[in-house]
Design a protein around this ligand. Structure first.
Ligand SMILES: Nc1ncnc2c1ncn2[C@@H]1O[C@H](COP(=O)(O)OP(=O)(O)O)[C@@H](O)[C@H]1O
Ligand SMILES: [Mg+2]
Length: 153
């Protein structure tokens, strides 16, 4: 199932992060994609707060993986630098572990990921507006459904 919505402001992005965080479960995997500056890290920052992470989350670009702890462990990855390699087997123990993985540029390591993930694609409309497509099958489908229920009239 997939659902497309328009985020008109940063506050809408914060609310989307909160809604998804309400549905969090051990081993959850969220894949984010969209151009630089489209909001992947910003989404992750607010998501992290809603799952109880107290440390300030920032961009992991130069480290690939940063680990935070809150109500769950959070593995924040930015795999942009794996574009030409497509895998990093050291990430597997995290992705398939019981913490929550949020992966920026997830499509670059698609071969390492299970088929079922929640994917969010961000497109910049203007300075504060973003279009978002949320997609998920199997155990992620009900999350997409909850989002569509919240935003449809
Ligand atoms: N609706 C919105 N959602 C997310 N970010 C927004 C929004 N409007 C403006 N922004 C700004 O866009 C930038 C997004 O940057 P960032 O999250 O680092 O992007 P990415 O990780 O995709 O490269 C931030 O400066 C953020 O404040
Ligand atoms: Mg980023």
């Amino acid at each position: 199932m997939e659902y497309k919505l328009r985020l008109n402001s940063l506050d809408d992005t914060v609310k989307l992060a909160e809604l998804i965080a309400e549905k969090v479960f051990p081993g959850m995997i969220i894949g984010l994609t969209g151009d630089l500056g489209s909001g992947k890290t910003t989404f992750t920052k607010y998501f992290s707060r809603y799952i109880g992470v107290k440390d300030n989350l920032n961009s992991p670009t130069f480290t690939i993986l940063k680990i935070y702890s809150g109500n769950y462990d959070l593995y924040h990855m930015d795999v942009y630098r794996l574009e030409d390699i497509g895998y990093d087997y050291e990430l597997e123990e995290f992705i398939y572990g019981s913490g929550i993985s949020v992966i920026e540029w997830y499509e670059y390591i698609k071969s390492m990921l299970p088929n079922e993930i929640l994917s969010i694609t961000f497109t910049v409309i203007d300075e504060n507006q973003r279009d978002v497509v949320v997609k998920g099958e199997g155990k992620y489908e009900k999350i997409v459904k909850a989002i569509s229920d919240r935003y449809s009239n």
